[in-house]
Design a protein around this ligand. Structure first.
Ligand SMILES: Cc1cc2nc3c(=O)[nH]c(=O)nc-3n(C[C@H](O)[C@H](O)[C@H](O)COP(=O)(O)OP(=O)(O)OC[C@H]3O[C@@H](n4cnc5c(N)ncnc54)[C@H](O)[C@@H]3O)c2cc1C
Ligand code: FES
Length: 261
């Protein structure tokens, strides 16, 4: 069933939870059916009809009908979104993308990994994995000790906070911490910057585990029409016969063995 639609939602709240990082909650029917790893296109409130900005679902609550987004102000679009206040309306194209295949984690040792602004979707993922896995270790990578969201992961597994400058428990990147702890996951779920995802793809190939990675390509339409978000695939698409896939519709989550990154 295709749930993608443009809707006018109401802003429940918005606050800056860390320097330049905003926590936006909106009321939408999509809260009842979205899954971790999916995202919404948020239209910046502007007279110049800007394109939607893709932002991952950080949490969804079917009872209250709220979806939460946590995002960094990167440029003009997110700056405009950050000005939304309680009671304002927000135009959303939702929900988009495929989401993480949570069933693959059933009874398995799982690593949930997030880096920087790839951390928000991993909160919803970790929450939905709770009780399904044999063991969950969570690895969160930051630049420094500005560890936004980290404390919220505690109920869902062993949380390991890593920073580039060594100001947290582990220094380096998420894979450095995983190796230091000697944890051997059977399945990895990850979102973060491309160098982190490349390293996870390599690690999974060497270690013989499965990694599902969420790619954050630049996007325009969000619904598969503009081909603005293609990523290279290992195999040819059976319809188009090219080694391409659209991240907005076939992704953003891929089995790392399927994509060339
Ligand atoms: C599926 C998906 C989920 C995302 N989820 C989140 C999220 O949960 N939180 C969050 O903070 N951001 C997320 N992003 C990134 C977010 O969409 C961009 O930061 C945003 O669109 C930038 O818009 P802007 O107008 O503010 O900045 P622009 O002026 O468009 O760009 C500002 C800077 O950000 C860079 N940039 C823009 N888009 C991207 C992108 N997709 N990936 C990497 N760099 C980009 C540009 O190259 C430029 O340097 C996600 C992106 C995708 C594709
Ligand atoms: S953003 Fe247009 S096809 Fe993906």
């Amino acid at each position: 069933m295709d749930y993608r639609k443009k809707e006018t939602t109401v802003v429940v709240s918005q606050k800056e939870i860390s320097a330049g990082i905003f926590d936006l909650r909106v009321r939408t029917q999509a809260a009842a059916y979205c899954v971790p790893g999916q995202f919404a296109g948020i239209f910046p409130p502007s007279d110049s009809r800007m394109l939607m900005r893709p932002i991952s679902i950080c949490e969804a609550n079917a009872e209250s009908g709220e979806i939460r987004f946590v995002y960094r102000v990167a440029g003009e679009g997110t700056k405009l979104i950050s000005a939304l206040k309680e009671g304002d309306t927000a135009e959303l194209l939702s929900v988009l993308g495929n989401g993480f295949p949570l069933d693959a984690a059933e009874g398995k040792k799982v690593a949930v990994m997030g880096g920087g602004i790839g951390i928000p979707p991993m909160l919803y993922t970790a929450k939905k994995l709770a009780g399904k896995t044999a063991e969950t270790e969570i690895y969160l990578g930051y630049r420094n000790n500005d560890t936004f969201l980290a404390s919220e992961f505690t109920p869902y597994g062993t949380v390991n906070v890593v920073s580039e400058d060594g100001s947290t428990a582990y220094k380096g990147n998420v894979l450095d911490a995983l190796k230091e702890r000697g944890f051997k996951p059977e399945v990895i779920f990850a979102c973060g910057p491309m160098p982190m995802l490349r390293a996870i793809k390599r690690y999974a190939e060497e270690a013989g585990c499965i990694a599902y990675i969420s790619l954050e390509e630049r996007m325009a339409c969000g619904v598969g029409a503009c081909l603005g978000c293609v990523a290279k695939t290992v195999n040819k698409d059976e319809h188009s016969h090219v080694n391409n896939t659209r991240v907005c519709t076939e992704g953003p989550v891929f089995d790392s063995r399927e994509v060339e990154i």
